[in-house]
Design a protein around this ligand. Sequence first.
Ligand code: ZN
Ligand code: ZN
Length: 255
Amino acid sequence: SDLAGNAMSLPVVLATQLAALCVPAYRRAQKRDPSFALPTVQAALPSVRGAGAVDVAAAPATTAAPAPTAAELQTMSDLFQALLGLCDEAFASSILCTCESSGGTTDAEVVRCRHCWVSLCRHCTKHFATASHTLETLPLSARDPTAFERRLWLLAPMAIQLDRTSAAELERTATASGMPAIGDLSHEAFHLQRVVRERGSWRLQYTTQVAQLRISIGALGDAKGVAALLHSFAPTLRGERGAVPPVARLLLPSS
Ligand SMILES: [Zn+2]
Ligand SMILES: [Zn+2]
């Protein structure tokens, strides 16, 4: 790679080295006390991003395969490509049963209906009428919502712009709804506002003054992939109430 000699990449290199230095200390602490964690990481993440401290905090999550840093991701297309590789993990760490709605993961097996894709855990099947569903066990890898949320905060750039490909794709599905032309939005920076764990997927929420971009990663019906829904603030600014339907969408199934 051409990391050397590029002044912009220096903070990245330093952060990586710093992270590498911190990992052994974290491991030692965990060996002494298996319940050792970095409790402040989650709460502090949104505010410390950009301050340079975040890569250190997230070191344990990135040791296996170093994810691209936020600095390397600028456009929506790039972000989509990066997210596509995480669809399975996103789904596995999402909310898959009603008992997980307020956080955490069930310790029971997760089952899903082959026809309507509703999922729940074996514990909770007792509380629901499941006779009309064809439930199958979901093969899931390790489920760790905390670690996955941290990865998303690290991976997702603080601000993205619509590149020509994304803008064109959104434009194709756009409906007239007081929305500025999608092409005009390509000059706007969408800022990362929230990372939300949802049923079957995770949502990255980006906003500008006039619009909101909701990027979902995980289950798309019976498939997996990444979806972006563009919502206009125009109806709300006009005083209309209620949920605002998306004005444009972009879907990318994984594989
Ligand atoms: Zn459950
Ligand atoms: Zn069903």
